[in-house]
Every structure is written in structure tokens, then in C-alpha cells.
Design a binder for this molecule. Structure first.
Ligand code: ZN
Length: 184
């Protein structure tokens, strides 16, 4: 697994409309499929596997650099940490802490697991030992030392991808819980 840490893309590197259009085209769709298959639908940072809603991410942040080795699969949660400006400022669902008992990678995996078990944000924060909440700043060195926690708050921005994934994931969790009930 790769090491995950909070970072943000400076606004001047955000995709322009032409680049966005390219990323919606047929060629990108084919390349995207090739990469998710190569990586077995598995997030490079937390190991979460999903047939749907995984993101194919440009490692160097340049949407024009479609070399195979510059592309990786990243899940919706890790994506909010890697693009913390999105998670914290735009969507407003990621909180930042100075202290944790766990690494950022572990915080993502444990948050997902504990939330699937029905734990509240308060219980998860306590279990992860997250302390001293701080503000978001557009400062890479500052962010790198912090731990991001993805809350269960609703996104302020209407992000179809994240909400789509959440609905899909929750449905699968519920199905597997029902399956277990039947077996026991
Ligand atoms: Zn992940």
C-alpha cells in the first residue's frame, strides 16, 4: 500500500473545461477501464475494492499525463484526503486533527469498518484517538502533518460521484449483513 497523506491541488492546476471534456470522452473511458482492471478495482492506499465508483487518479496531478505509471486507482474516501481542498473546503465533510493513534491509511480503513458496523462519528473519533481539531489551510506542509477524518455529514456540494458511491456501498453492506443473519 502507498502512504496516504493530506494534500491539496492548487487552484491553478484544477482541470480546465477542455481537460474535463477529455476525461469524459470515449478514449478516457477505455483507459480508465484498463487501469481499474490492472489494479483489480482496488484502492492503492487502503485496499478497498469496489466494482463501481473507484477513481482513476493522475499521480502527478497533471490530467494530461496519461502514462500508465502515472495512473492509479483510488477510492472515494482516500480521494477526499488526497484532494483535501475538495473534502474540507468544497464539500465540507472532512475534519482535520493534529493527533491520532493511527496512520492516515489506517484511519480510512477503520472509519469505513466502524461506520459499517453502525458506530457514530463520536464513537469512531474516540476509538481512533483523534484529538485537537484544526482548520483547513491551503498549505501542503501544514496539511501533511495532520490526520483527516471523513465525517458522516452530508456533502454541501452536490457531488454525484461521492453520494453515488455511498448509496452503492451501504447497499452492499446491508446485503452482506442480511446474508450473515440468514447463515447464523
Ligand atoms: Zn482508499
Amino acid at each position: 500500500m502507498k502512504t496516504l497523506f493530506l494534500s491539496f491541488a492548487p487552484p491553478e492546476t484544477w482541470r480546465n473545461p477542455e481537460q474535463t471534456k477529455k476525461l469524459e470522452g470515449e478514449a478516457w473511458r477505455a483507459l480508465r477501464l484498463k487501469i481499474v482492471q490492472r489494479d483489480n478495482y482496488t484502492c492503492s492506499y487502503c485496499g478497498y475494492k469496489s466494482e463501481k465508483y473507484q477513481i482513476v487518479d493522475h499521480i502527478d496531478g497533471n490530467p494530461e499525463n496519461n502514462a500508465n505509471k502515472n495512473l492509479q486507482v483510488i477510492c472515494q474516501l482516500c480521494n477526499l484526503i488526497k484532494h483535501a481542498g475538495q473534502g474540507c473546503a468544497v464539500q465540507g465533510i472532512v475534519d482535520l486533527y493534529e493527533e491520532s493513534k493511527h496512520t492516515q491509511n489506517e484511519v480510512i480503513s477503520l472509519t469505513r469498518k466502524l461506520r459499517d458496523e453502525g458506530k457514530s462519528d463520536y464513537e469512531i473519533i474516540k476509538q481512533l484517538g483523534l484529538k485537537r481539531k484544526v482548520e483547513f489551510k491551503m498549505d501542503g506542509d501544514y496539511l501533511k502533518k495532520l490526520i483527516g477524518f471523513i465525517t458522516s455529514r452530508q456533502t454541501e456540494e452536490n457531488d454525484g460521484m461521492y453520494n453515488g458511491w455511498l448509496t452503492y456501498h451501504n447497499r452492499i453492506v446491508k446485503l452482506s449483513q442480511n446474508q450473515k443473519l440468514k447463515v447464523n
